[in-house]
Design a protein around this ligand. Structure first.
Ligand SMILES: Nc1ncnc2c1ncn2[C@@H]1O[C@H](COP(=O)(O)OP(=O)(O)OP(=O)(O)O)[C@@H](O)[C@H]1O
Ligand SMILES: [Mg+2]
Length: 254
């Protein structure tokens, strides 16, 4: 399979689909950007995800909540194609992820998906602006153009003044903003964010959502955000709660 051609077709179909609707007739039927059907994942013999079903429409903001260890990060990694589902179907932007190789999933993520991970998200010995430019550089952009686009996003998320600071020397909140800029720089159709815990206070987590939803909302980008914060969950269009790797049906809001 010719990966660039195929993914490029998908990219075009995605943006066209957003304009035209699934049948291409300009109708307002919401288009699913993410579908999980009967998804299972186990690191060990104990499953971390058990039969998870999730459907996210274009432009929707979905909060994933639940106690520590219930499978939130695993769900995010499987949905974004970082971990392969062991059972079930994951359809991301129209692609069945189980049919793609690891390299193809990585290419799809680089181009049309933004990811903000819970741990170790930046390259410590690169400057903030280089971290943001990374997905563009990996996608073949000329360095100058990529750095200009990255600097623009740093301005948008409010830390343009830190563009040349090494990631290792940024505070937790600043790192979070750089990670958001990096997730949005490719103008993705969907962003996955795992709210950083530990070093960041509650306000930090809320700020991340505000930033993401504010920036993503303008372009109709879907956001799936893992959070422990009730206020953050309340701001989302919908909350999906996990318990022991299963969806808590009692807490489904739709
Ligand atoms: N790399 C791994 N190897 C083995 N088990 C793992 C691994 N990562 C996670 N697990 C286990 O899988 C389950 C789900 O973990 P996951 O990280 O998805 O939880 P979480 O809901 O994101 O938790 P937290 O809120 O603490 O971040 C837990 O029981 C965890 O111990
Ligand atoms: Mg987690």
């Amino acid at each position: 399979m010719h990966i660039r051609g195929n993914l490029q077709d998908g990219w075009n179909a995605g943006r066209l689909g957003r304009l035209l609707g699934p049948l291409g007739y300009g109708c307002a039927i919401p288009r699913a950007v993410l579908e999980l059907i009967g998804v299972e994942y186990a690191y060990t013999r104990t499953p971390a995800l058990r039969g998870v079903e999730l459907h996210v429409d274009a432009g929707e903001v979905v909060a994933v909540t639940g106690p520590s260890g219930c499978g939130k990060s695993t769900l995010l990694h499987v949905a974004a194609g970082i971990l392969p589902a062991q059972l079930g179907v994951v359809r991301l932007l129209g692609y069945d992820l189980t049919a793609l190789s690891e390299a193809q999933r990585a290419a799809l993520r680089r181009r049309d998906v933004g990811v903000v991970l819970q741990f170790g998200q930046l390259v410590p010995d690169l400057a903030a602006v280089e971290n943001v430019a990374l997905p563009l550089l990996l996608d073949g952009w000329a360095r100058g153009r990529a750095l200009r686009a990255a600097a623009g996003w740093l301005d948008r998320v409010g830390i343009g003044q830190e563009r040349d600071t090494l990631a290792a020397e940024l505070s937790g909140g600043e790192s979070q903003r750089v990670a958001v800029a990096r997730a949005l720089v490719t103008e993705p159709e969907i962003v996955f964010a795992d709210e950083p815990t530990g070093s960041l206070d509650q306000a930090g987590g809320f700020e991340l959502l505000e930033l993401l939803v504010g920036e993503a909302g303008e372009g109709g980008v879907a956001v799936v955000i893992v959070t422990h914060d009730r206020d953050v969950a309340a701001r989302a269009d919908r909350e999906v709660r996990l318990l022991d790797g299963r969806l808590d049906m009692a807490r489904l809001t739709r």
